[in-house]
Design a protein around this ligand. Sequence first.
Ligand SMILES: [Zn+2]
Ligand SMILES: [Zn+2]
Length: 186
Amino acid sequence: MPDWRDYLDKALKYHGHICGGQILGVRMALLGLKLLGLTPGQELRDLVIYLESDRCVADAAYVVTGVTLGRRRVKLVNYGKTAMSFLDLKTQKAYRISVVDHDRPPKDADIIDFWSKKKDEDIFKVQKVAIALKPGEEPGPPSRVAVCQKCGDEILDYKDVAVNGQTLCRACAEGPYYEDLGPVSF
Ligand SMILES: [Zn+2]
Ligand SMILES: [Zn+2]
């Protein structure tokens, strides 16, 4: 397995800075791959990562594994935790890695040096877990395509909802995250 420090240049380019999140994220991803018997650098077609926050560690996981949201290999389950699970679709094996060491470097400390002194076993807890992808979560072509009967938008992958016999998108059924300020000509 490569050393986590080997990824810091790539993480800096992708993420914009080196932070504790890059170091922890790179180390979590390398550990996740090692547990699954996978090698970084090869195409990891069967790897799915569940991220439990949308913070710095997420970018570090992309840098090490190459998996992306757009290829349906990344699932965000935002618990606000520095934790992630690594699922191998081929073997159905999965491991969840979370940070149990809440000690952080003092201000102005050399963070690479600080984290170098700690072993993975000091920082992380690893659980063997079982994860079942829900219908519509699999990589590959859309498993279902529906059309919202109110707004007309196409809805992929079982994200449509049935309300009083109508097929609706979640924006129409539950209210959107945006306020509609009207159409714009362009
Ligand atoms: Zn960061
Ligand atoms: Zn709609």
